[in-house]
Design a protein around this ligand. Structure first.
Ligand code: UTP
Length: 404
């Protein structure tokens, strides 16, 4: 107890001392155990964020255009199907996020996007995966990442809906780690009297959490993991052509990309940084770079990432101990106010600490950009209305012949 009191004083968290004093022994022990597991070095970053802006030498990256893919599609399909049939490919659904922009407390995948009948996001994703399974006459192991906040609800939902026809034997859930949140002055926030306000630690933690859960061993043939976001309902999962192309390229990873629709589109682009593949944010591109035209007549920096990556598992194991940068993200964080009342803020009120999957691409050492048609494969649901919303995704689903 003495240690933790000293620590709180040294770390500028004295506001928690009277709270600790006020708690029953059981509650105090719980809060102390939470405080003991804090990575204080990351927490300090709110004041002096890691310098993530210092980019190396940025250059365009070569990738496969729609045309290139079309020309070799039979070969890629064959290689991809073979890998899937041989159990070499697993799918990882990232569903640990809180979907705060959508504004629902339930797991995002349980959101009903149907019009004349229920159609849940999870259901649509499973249906997309089942299409591939049918083609390959086998089931792809599916790993679903949840967080402490939504693990039970997610599992219950899958049970209630009988896994939407997917065999339970091929599904494994794993829980990502949590990180504390602070207010704009770096003070740790509480969500209950004896409980820190914790939130999922970002989608960059997926691989370490997956290994910690020790579920990969159930599928010993695995060599590739296709990782994707919960919110793109047109997502093609374990797409044999993408898998075949990445394997044929001999590279360590692949990324599905869409062409930017304008130089100023706000999307992260895949490029080379000091010779390594890297995703850079739209605001990190100078005007000149954003407008630069490449040899093929397209924008030189035009590969927008859509959070659908293929990772080589042996390579992931090799880079497992490398550090991945921590991003400090402003968010609306429910917390107890000074009077002990729970506040659900309308505005951003503090920082969360997250690692991002896109930072793993550089660590992988090589990556194949694989172009896909936006209208056919990219319908993200981030917001309730407007851009990247339930409404826009519904329109795109309809265009692709999906009955709502
Ligand atoms: P987003 O960046 O859209 O974050 O996640 P979010 O938390 O879902 O939504 P907002 O920003 O609060 O509205 C992109 C993908 O990464 C997953 C999400 O579930 C989604 O599939 N993710 C995000 C995690 O699995 N864990 C996290 O900690 C964060």
């Amino acid at each position: 107890m003495k240690d933790i009191i000293e620590k709180l004083k040294n770390e500028g968290q004295e506001h928690l001392l009277p709270i600790l004093n006020d708690l029953s022994e059981e509650d105090r022990n719980y809060l102390v155990s939470q405080l003991k597991s804090i990575d204080w070095n990351s927490l300090k970053l709110w004041k002096n964020p890691e310098d993530l802006s210092g980019k190396g030498k940025v250059q365009p990256i070569k990738g496969l255009s729609l045309n290139d893919i079309q020309n070799q599609s039979d070969m890629y399909m064959q290689i991809g199907k073979e890998a899937i049939k041989n159990g070499k490919v697993g799918a990882v659904l990232l569903a640990g996020g809180q979907g705060t922009r959508l504004g629902s407390d339930a797991p995002k995948g349980t959101y009903d996007i149907g019009l004349t009948k229920p159609l849940y996001i999870f259901e649509q994703l499973i249906s997309n995966l089942l299409n591939v399974c049918k083609k390959c006459d086998t089931f792809v192991p599916l790993f679903i990442m949840t967080s402490e906040k939504n693990d039970k609800d997610t599992k219950d939902f899958f049970e209630q809906h009988n896994y939407f026809g997917y065999p339970k034997s091929h599904v494994r859930f794993f829980v990502q780690e949590m990180a504390p949140s602070v207010d704009f002055n770096g003070k740790l926030l509480l969500e209950e009297k004896a409980k820190l306000a914790l939130s999922p630690n970002g989608n960059g933690g997926w691989y370490s959490s997956l290994e910690n859960a020790d579920v990969l061993k159930d599928f010993p043939e695995l060599e590739w993991l296709n990782v994707f976001a919960v919110d793109n309902v047109l997502q093609r999962i374990a797409d044999p052509i993408f898998i075949g192309a990445t394997i044929a390229s001999g590279l360590n990873s692949g990324a599905k990309v869409v062409r930017k629709c304008s130089p100023s589109e706000r999307v992260g682009v895949l490029c080379l940084e000091d010779g390594l593949p890297s995703v850079i944010e739209y605001y990190e591109l100078t005007d000149e770079m954003a407008n630069q035209i490449g040899d093929d007549g397209n924008l030189a920096y035009s590969f927008g990432v859509i959070l659908n990556y293929l990772f080589n598992l042996p390579k992931l194991r090799e880079i497992a101990s490398e550090r991945i940068p921590v991003h400090i993200v402003k968010k609306k964080i429910p917390h107890l106010d000074d009077n002990g009342n729970l506040v659900k803020p309308e505005q951003e009120n503090g920082y969360k600490f997250e690692t991002l999957i896109l930072d793993m691409i550089k660590l992988m050492g090589s990556c194949l950009p694989f172009e896909v048609e936006r209208e056919k494969e990219f319908a993200p649901i981030k917001n309730k209305t407007g851009v990247d919303s339930v409404e826009s995704a519904r329109e795109l689903l309809k265009k692709n012949g999906i009955n709502l």
